[in-house]
Design a protein around this ligand. Structure first.
Ligand code: ADP
Ligand code: MG
Length: 315
């Protein structure tokens, strides 16, 4: 199969929302009046971000999902994507499954694949996602204000627990295993939440590197500090997992792709109503203050000591 057959067979679908899609030297897109273009790129590298033998359908989903998550965090509506693939070989079963997983999620979100690049090389999957957001309305990391509540969507630490289970450093009981592996392999980008938060939240980020690392970006960009209540953070009930592993996965585990956002306390009723409308748990886990650091309090009122990108130990 030639490179062009491969592109035609697996990566060329109708693109109703563009002037010109796959097949020329560039795609042509038209942005609606009054909208800004939001652009983000995320790359998944075999052996680094995923096991090379990962189910290709799930990998197709995740390759797009992690990109949709970045636009969700901006409050943008995803519209178009390009896909740069480096493949060790043209395995047709793999390509069939990968593209099916990719397009299933693309269709769910009305995203057109409008171009890309295909080369032979180590397995590497790179998407550039483009979307629209009303001018001036994008959610940024820099908008958090002292006094804001800090919220997260969903449950944190699931993907990291799932990964630890696959790496056999822990053994998850069946009840916890299913949601943890689903979170790791099939993250659900919180696009509708991001859009709904445009006029509510002061700042937002998606949790790809762990809560403390990503909230840390908001705090640094905004020039503020925070206090979190560890007990308030939504986490899986895994009775057989030791406290320190759970704590590590919840605070520093990556790959959850939930949103963390800050909003004025006066908006909490609207946020609770939003959780009901979206059928997505939204949980207040702490508050922004005028300090510099992020403090995590235990239920007993103690402080968890935190290093730069994760927690260290109990104090
Ligand atoms: P060029 O040589 O001009 O860069 P290519 O031969 O790389 O063009 O690609 C031909 C067309 O196929 C282009 O429109 C490009 O955007 C598209 N394309 C290449 N690889 C992919 C892919 N993996 N997914 C979607 N479109 C692709
Ligand atoms: Mg090219």
């Amino acid at each position: 199969m030639s490179e062009f057959d491969l592109i035609k067979r697996y990566f060329t679908r109708s693109t109703p929302n563009v002037i010109l899609g796959v097949g020329d030297d560039a795609a042509l897109l038209r942005i609606a009046d009054g909208m800004e273009l939001a652009v983000s790129t995320d790359m998944l590298v075999g052996g680094t971000h995923f096991f090379p033998d990962t189910d290709p359908y799930l990998l197709g989903h995740k390759t797009l999902a992690v990109n949709l998550s970045d636009l969700a965090a901006m409050g943008a509506v995803p519209r178009w994507a390009t896909l740069a693939l480096s493949l060790p070989n043209a395995n047709e079963d793999w390509l069939q499954q990968f593209s099916a997983g990719f397009f299933a999620l693309a269709e769910e979100h009305g995203v057109d694949l409008v171009g890309g690049d295909t080369t032979r090389g180590p397995l590497n999957l790179c998407v550039t996602i483009m979307g629209e957001v009303p001018a001036g309305k994008a959610l940024r990391r820099s908008g958090a204000k002292a006094g804001d509540d800090i919220w997260v969507s969903g449950t944190l630490g699931l993907a990291a627990l799932g990964l630890a289970h696959l790496q056999k450093t822990i053994k998850l009981h069946e009840d916890a295993r299913l949601p943890c592996l689903a979170a790791l392999h099939q993250p659900q980008p919180r696009v509708a939440l991001g859009v709904a938060l445009r006029d509510i939240a002061h700042s937002a980020i998606d949790i790809s590197d762990g809560l403390l690392a990503d909230l840390g970006h908001i705090l640094e960009s905004s020039g503020v500090g925070a206090e979190l209540q560890f007990a308030a953070i939504p986490k899986v009930k895994a009775h057989d997992i030791d406290e320190s592993t759970l704590r590590h996965c919840v605070l520093a585990g990556g790959d959850d792709y939930e949103l963390c956002f800050t909003a004025p306390a006066a908006r909490s009723g609207e946020i609770e109503a939003l959780a009901l409308r979206l059928q997505l748990p939204l949980t207040r886990i702490g508050s922004v203050n005028a300090g510099k650091d992020c403090t995590v309090r235990t239920a007993e009122g103690g402080v968890l000591k935190i290093k730069e990108s994760g927690y260290d130990h109990f104090e």
